[in-house]
Design a protein around this ligand. Sequence first.
Ligand code: GLN
Length: 478
Amino acid sequence: MSELLDLTVAGALARIGAGEFSSDEYFGAWVEAAGGDELNAYLWRADRDPPGTSGDGDLAGVPIAVKDIFCTEGIQTTAGSRILEGYRPPYSATAVRRLGDAGARLLGKTNMDEFAMGSSNENSGYGPVLNPWDRERVPGGSSGGSAAVVAGRLAPWAIGTDTGGSIRQPASLCGIVGMKPTYGAVSRYGMIAFASSLDQCGPLTRDVTDAALLLRVLEGRDPCDSTSVGIEGGVKLPGREDLDGVRFGVPRELAADAEGIESGVSDVFEAAVKLIEELGGEVEETELPHAAHGISAYYVIAPAEASANLARYDGVRYGLREGDGDLAAMYEHTRSAGFGAEVKRRIMLGTYALSAGYYEAYYGQAQRVRTKIAEDFERAFERFDFVVTPTSPTVAFEIGERVDDPLSMYLSDYCTVPMPLAGIPAISIPAGLAPPQGGGPELPVGFQIAGPAFSENAMLDAAYALERAIGFDATPPG
Ligand code: GLN
């Protein structure tokens, strides 16, 4: 049984194809594994084959864990919020539907920060997720449940969403691969909206090949999402073994000069840069002069969009309703009881930033910074194929360490926020282990590769070559 759980999905599909075991055996092994969740990583689990899936298709009945932000027909979908408790959507998100059409079977819905707002999963209305490497530490967020189930052998792979880093940062903290595709590569239909101009669905997997396999199914134009365009020519499985002639820029604002990068993280990053050179890649320092303002711009734009998107949770249409009689009082009671502190903080920030008289000073200004950041990347990509940075400034931090200090929490996304602001893709791969700043057992460190819009195929190839050279094979203790 445990042997099945050690395989990547690509590896398992090859064995299923060769008749070594059946897809039902494989699915059953994962149902059993998921049943032993001690990480609070699942909010819902399949106890048998979910209805409506045939298991036919390229993905031959393999299980998939899905972040609870994706609508699943008839299955509770909460986005980690108490305000959506009991909400059973009448339809499935396009990403989920595409997976089902390809033959994948739903294994479970994963815990997450409420409405994807957070970097530690401590903002979930259903309790925090524990990091499989150290249960006193956070798995990252907001796709913390999806990262923890993959790293903790509770699912073979998962999907999540990334608005400012929510796929890449938890992937980094849990020692797995996480990819945020180009804005528009994957449909957002049925994905509960946080900040619509930034949100993007993507894979969390054990290796780069599985990320490609999953993205290949997810991407595509969808008539239900007018911002979706897909990836031209589709996604190919990576196979490149060298990096001859590939040019990598290291932006000093997000690496050497960045504040708060732990020395252990820097060491692992530098070692991976050396490997790139050994593989034939060219590495040079570069600059992204406005990247340091990414967090400030993001924390105006994302809350502004969230304040509009979250207006629909009023006690009338979905989930929770508190109080009866007076309509205005019912709205107030429902929203006070249903939303957590971070969500309320963002609704207030966003509403303020969009209010008459302040709109230009905050929202308008943040949008101008966003354009500057996109232009910085365009300039860098005239000289380089990719830009590389540490994914997260630190390894996994302790539960409770940053909850009372929203600013330090927001800085977790220092290196990941500029890419969604520019709409470009980026992948995080595990690059090694490092001790936390205060000492203690070693924890995973992620290496981030970002590229121009729709460079996914080349990016997966480069990540694949580097992944082979790094040879990361550590697994969580126990
Ligand atoms: N941690 C960031 C936030 O709290 C990013 C979240 C995300 O990408 N969904 O908004």
